[in-house]
Design a binder for this molecule. Sequence first.
Ligand code: HEM
Ligand code: HEM
Length: 186
Amino acid sequence: MQYDSATKFSPVTLLLHWVVGLTIIGMLATGIYMAEEGVYSLFPIHKATGFILLFVALARVVWRMKNGWPTPAGQYASWEHTLATVVHWVLIVSTLLMPISGLMGSVLGGHGLDVFGLEIFAPNFSVEDPEKTLPINYALSKLGSAIHFYLGYTLIAALVLHIAGALKHHLVDKDGTLKRMLGKQI
Ligand code: HEM
Ligand code: HEM
């Protein structure tokens, strides 16, 4: 298995970064749209995609632990390196905590989880009124939903810094940071 080097990233790093990264961006956009506008038809797709993404994100965390963090591609100021490291941690932890908190809110809220036709958790239907679902654990479901909401917006802020940083390296510092994440030898 090829690991990352200072001048070239492994195909596994590239694949995992872009699959997880682009899916997360899509999930943030659809999550906010469906929650703000009350578009209930999007909920099952959001939940199922997020659930599948949890396993890809887990594989990515294992890969990051085996492979270590990237070595800087240029001469960065120490504050810049610290900021990039903090942002990378927020991003990678969010890729696990966003799906986990979403699951807590939804499943413990009694809504169940269906992954494109495969029932993973059944809804908790009320005995008196089978049209209604009841929470399995109300307090934990509320905690999950609160984490999902606040972490979602924290993730967006971290992502703005992350993308601004990548562009600054490419356009201002003109170093190989972005090129290396696009698969090029630097
Ligand atoms: C258009 C969007 C994005 C661009 C242009 C971009 C660019 C980059 C670049 C250039 C690096 C290498 C940094 C270095 O060498 O120090 C990097 C690393 C990283 N990015 Fe992104 N990124 C994007 C989206 C995302 C998203 C959405 C996430 C996660 C939610 C993410 C998480 C990470 C993490 C954790 C790293 C550290 C290395 C790794 O684990 O692969 N990125 N990104
Ligand atoms: C990477 C994964 C995920 C991301 C980035 C993400 C992002 C978001 C965002 C930004 C929102 C809007 C803010 C809010 O109202 O909470 C949202 C809403 C929601 N998400 Fe996720 N989500 C992910 C995974 C999941 C999963 C796995 C589930 C459930 C199994 C889920 C269930 C929900 C629900 C039910 C809402 C609507 C909340 C409401 O209307 O109060 N999400 N998501």
